[in-house]
Design a protein around this ligand. Structure first.
Ligand SMILES: C[S@@+](CC[C@H](N)C(=O)[O-])C[C@H]1O[C@@H](n2cnc3c(N)ncnc32)[C@H](O)[C@@H]1O
Length: 228
């Protein structure tokens, strides 16, 4: 991805934000992302369950919609090479800064979206945390992800169960309102995945009006068959 095309047809510098797009909103949120306990708590639970469910040691992983790379960092000691990708320039700037400061050797950052443009596979694992609901064509992404994973490899997706839209509030309309597990399982199967399993990994609590509302998050793991 190069510079962002603005809605008026001009080219936006990556430091500008356009609140009408996902990338613009996440550019603004990037600097504060890692101080929010809800992001850290969720990542801890997702990483723990992934360690429990998947063989990770030394495996090569691609994270899609990595944001500031919380999940990649949480699993860096378990995995081999990790490519952490995100379309938001602000998120990728923060991620690159974290990689530099930490001196961590096995995470690389790349600015790209679910098109996976510029990503050189294959990987043993494709993972994403809270990014699938931002991807417009989920079926196309699942088919694309499959081509990036070695035979016998895994996909791991953590995301919201179906909700009524209140997770993002009324102003954010270009997202999926979570996912029905059975429906997503069928879509993974038709993309070519097998051994598809879902588990509740975390419950996020967010204020909606006057109330605190629970938003359950699932972890879905599935395999690429040994022979396609
Ligand atoms: C809720 S944030 C989650 C960030 C990170 N995975 C985490 O859990 O902290 C969603 C991320 O998805 C990214 N995103 C939005 N649209 C995307 C797309 N079409 N393909 C890939 N990632 C996307 C955003 O830039 C953002 O960083």
């Amino acid at each position: 991805m190069g510079k962002l095309l603005a809605e008026n047809g001009g080219v936006m510098e990556s430091t500008q934000t356009d609140e009408s797009t996902d990338a613009g909103r996440f550019d603004r949120l990037a600097k504060e992302w890692d101080v929010a306990p809800m992001h850290l708590d969720r990542t801890r639970d997702v990483a723990n369950l992934m360690r429990h469910k998947l063989a990770l040691s030394g495996r090569e992983a691609l994270e899609v919609g990595a944001g500031t790379g919380l999940l990649s960092f949480a699993l860096a000691a378990n995995l081999g090479r990790i490519l952490a990708t995100d379309p938001s320039a602000g998120m990728v700037d923060v991620l690159k800064g974290k990689i530099e400061r930490s001196g961590i050797g096995n995470i690389k950052a790349l600015r790209t979206d679910d098109s996976l443009e510029g990503v050189a596979g294959p990987f043993d694992l494709v993972m994403s945390q809270m990014a699938l609901h931002h991807i417009k064509d989920v079926d196309m992404f699942l088919r694309r992800a499959l081509t990036m994973i070695r035979q016998g490899g895994d996909i791991a997706i953590a995301d919201l169960d179906t909700e009524d839209g209140s997770f993002h509030g009324g102003e954010v309309t270009d997202v999926h309102h979570g996912f029905d597990r059975e429906d997503l399982g069928r879509r993974l199967a038709s993309a070519g995945f097998e051994d598809i399993a879902f588990e509740t990994v975390h419950v996020m609590k967010r204020p909606v009006g006057e109330a605190m509302v629970d938003f359950p998050i699932f972890l879905c793991v599935a395999k690429v068959p040994q022979s396609l």
